[in-house]
Design a protein. Sequence first.
Length: 156
Amino acid sequence: MAAMILPGTSRRAEPVDAPAVADLLIRSRRGAGDAIPPPAHSDDEVRGWVATVVVPEREVWLTEDPDGRALAVLVLDDDGIDQLYVDPSATGRGLGSRLVELAKSRRPGGLQLWTFASNVRAQRFYLRHGFIEAETTDGSGNEEKAPDIRYVWKPA
């Protein structure tokens, strides 16, 4: 049986959305379990970063359910998907795919992103969406010091 597609609308996040965006990032990261290394920053640091850097300086798209509850977030920074997280209660229902398609439409020349080598589910997701592996590292360049993989997407 196919997963039900969740209703939801995506819109540009505004400064007032920063707490919802931060909480979604924190909740989603926790929900990923061992697939993602422990965060390098406290919840309060994440909330401050989202409010002062992410929402004001990057292109942030927030997907909400009909009641206004944050379900997924996409953060674009230049040609990169900087963040793409779906609430753990809403994974597997098409929200991440819709946000990847939105990212492709916003960056038709191509995209890149990083995912942790331990996050096999994310790797499968991006491969299904036409991304290819471009680079692997030992993690010395990221805050978590965990091996990671850079993926790229180029239009056909």
